[in-house]
Design a protein around this ligand. Structure first.
Ligand code: SF4
Ligand code: SF4
Length: 76
């Protein structure tokens, strides 16, 4: 079973800290993008992003559904 991260669009400021700190390249912060996107590698569930997000805007949990075809970080 894999892991997925999810962002609260209401709370995320797009600061990019999670993308900078993710040690597994599972989050990327494209230039001029408002919110982080999936990185090239899968999320390992290490929870660093959850602990370090200053706005409590990211949540990580075990995937229980197939990943969204355009954004593997989202559940269908
Ligand atoms: S660290 Fe938090 S607020 Fe900043 S981009 Fe990531 S989820 Fe959004
Ligand atoms: S839980 Fe770990 S691997 Fe997954 S996105 Fe957050 S920092 Fe990256």
């Amino acid at each position: 079973m894999g892991w997925h991260w999810r962002i609260s669009q209401e709370h995320c400021t797009g600061c990019g800290i999670c993308a900078d700190l993710c040690p597994h390249d599972a989050i990327s912060m494209p230039r001029e993008a408002p919110l982080p996107k999936s990185g090239p590698e899968p999320c390992t569930g290490c929870m660093i992003c959850v602990e370090e997000c200053p706005f409590d805007a990211i949540d990580v949990s075990e995937a229980s559904h197939a990943p969204h075809p355009e954004n593997p970080a989202l559940k269908l």
